[in-house]
Design a protein around this ligand. Structure first.
Ligand code: SF4
Length: 218
């Protein structure tokens, strides 16, 4: 049963997709920020397959970094929450964090799909939040790396977390924690991937609406 949260709460991937422009309907992450226990649209077998592939990727990556002599922290060990002065809580769970002998810490995220801008922004958000969440990372050089199933990787230098990036994040955090909801912008494609149901979103579109192109008489 949908209920208002005790205070606004943002999961990092809602924010990364919003900042990357991959979420066009800003109402969806705004609603999740302010509400809990809402009905979720059912997921399909592809999610189960993705989860299994992702688990294996993180496992292999952890073994590789351990073999290289690095300290390794996996998923639940990395779960964090930080709070803005306004009270908004930002939470996330990096796949892997490694500590090298040179004092550098690296935040890894494993991706089974095609590369997207939100992949890099997600890791940058982890890099921004972790020094506030854990004292261990406060005096460390924190860098990032997105690793894809193909073997490709995108390194992210520590310097990527600059004032410009913090400004963009601030803009979207302000939007999400605002009491005024942004507009809903339903589309068959985006609603098809949205986990909100018609119970909470009266504008939800049926993805089938795109199935057939109407005839044009020319
Ligand atoms: S179902 Fe569609 S219109 Fe409703 S919140 Fe999700 S994306 Fe937006």
């Amino acid at each position: 049963m949908t209920r208002l949260r005790g205070g606004p709460y943002v999961w990092i991937t809602w924010l990364s997709k919003l900042a990357a422009g991959e979420t066009q309907c800003q109402w969806a992450p705004w609603f999740r920020t302010h509400h809990a226990d809402y009905q979720r649209a059912p997921s399909d077998f592809q999610l189960a397959s993705w989860t299994a592939q992702h688990t294996r990727m993180v496992d292999l990556l952890a073994h590789e970094r351990e073999a290289a002599g690095e300290g390794v922290f996996k998923e639940e060990q990395n779960r964090f929450r930080v709070r803005r002065p306004s009270g908004l809580v930002i939470a996330g769970k990096p796949d892997l964090i490694t500590l090298g002998e040179d004092g550098a810490a690296t935040v890894y995220d494993a991706k089974t799909g095609k590369p997207r801008q939100s992949d890099v922004i997600q890791v940058m958000l982890y890099m921004m939040c972790l020094p506030y969440a854990y004292p261990l990372y406060r005096d460390k050089r924190l860098q990032g790396r997105v690793v894809y199933k193909s073997g490709d990787a995108v390194p992210i230098p520590a310097g990527a977390i600059d004032e410009e990036f913090r400004g963009v994040v601030t803009y979207y955090l302000d939007l999400l924690e605002s009491e005024s909801p942004p507009s809903r912008t339903p589309s068959a494609v985006e609603c098809g991937f949205c986990d909100l149901t018609a119970h909470d979103c009266p504008d939800r579109m049926d993805p089938e609406e795109l199935a057939e192109a109407p005839e044009m008489p020319i």
